[in-house]
Design a protein around this ligand. Structure first.
Ligand code: SF4
Length: 253
């Protein structure tokens, strides 16, 4: 997944977007071979497309029973720049030793480093995990706002968004590189950075999809709408997607 502070943003509220930010909304009629863009239909198709794929790490851990705000916060921190395939077993190993702020803060730092074996940056992550655990243990609760979460050591916008969304079930859009790339290819937004994509999504994406968009587009982006040579030829979303910027031959065509 992405780094703690710069690859994702938290969206909690928005104002109406300029129509130029949503090319599909500005269309008089769909282009030849395409259907009118319908975000509900897109999510129906996404659920089908991602059903057989490995889940994104945070959602996988939630479904295994590690969905508390504290566990999601720690998992999101571990997942920064670490592959999902590594994040999941590392989190399971760590949570076998400690699942609460109090027990985590009581672990020696070198023990947390040992338990983080395989994740990127185990030493700084162990320091962050121990420090935020002590802070939460002292305050009595995981903060339930983006601002409160980002006041904790090592927590940036994307970690905050994942914690709010998956841990607290509060509407928050987490825009990583997959979400950014795919919604721009759809033509749903036209934005050059994940930060701009988050700003463009907030006013047009129905709130019921704010958490789910990350859950669906992380596996969809890893296995279907990949960065290089997306599998447009077999993609369920082909009639909805405007394929903006897709110029290379697709795999699986
Ligand atoms: S049609 Fe191609 S560009 Fe569009 S979502 Fe599918 S794989 Fe991605």
């Amino acid at each position: 997944m992405s780094e703690p502070r710069s690859r994702g943003k938290t969206a909690r509220a928005g104002k109406p977007a300029p129509s130029s930010l949503s090319p599909v909304a500005a269309e008089a009629s769909p282009p030849p071979g395409k259907d009118a863009f319908d975000i509900d239909e897109v999510f129906r198709l996404l659920r089908r497309a991602t059903a057989p794929l490995p889940k994104a790490a945070m959602f996988d851990l939630r479904d295994r029973g590690y969905g508390s705000p504290f566990e999601q916060l720690v998992s999101a921190l571990i997942s920064a720049r670490t592959r999902d395939e590594t994040t999941i077993p590392v989190c399971l190993r760590l949570f076998a030793a400690a699942r609460t702020p109090e027990t985590m803060a009581a672990l020696p730092e070198e023990e947390i480093v040992r338990l983080l074996y395989g994740a990127t940056f185990p030493e700084p992550k162990a320091r962050d995990i121990r420090a935020l655990s002590a802070s939460i243990a002292a305050s009595g609760a995981v903060p339930d706002t983006a601002e409160g979460l980002m006041a904790l050591r090592g927590v940036g916008p994307k970690i905050a968004a994942l914690t709010l969304g998956v841990g607290f079930n509060k509407p928050a859009i987490s825009v990583d590189i997959h979400v950014h790339r795919i919604v721009n290819r759809w033509g749903y937004v036209a934005a050059k950075t994940p930060e701009r994509t988050m700003e463009a999504l907030a006013p047009i994406l129905p709130e019921r999809y704010w958490i789910e968009i990350n859950e669906r587009l992380v596996p969809f982006g890893k296995f279907v709408c990949t960065g290089e040579r997306p599998r447009c030829g077999t993609c369920l979303l082909l009639r909805q997607c405007r394929q903006v910027g897709v110029t290379v031959p697709s795999r699986g065509a």
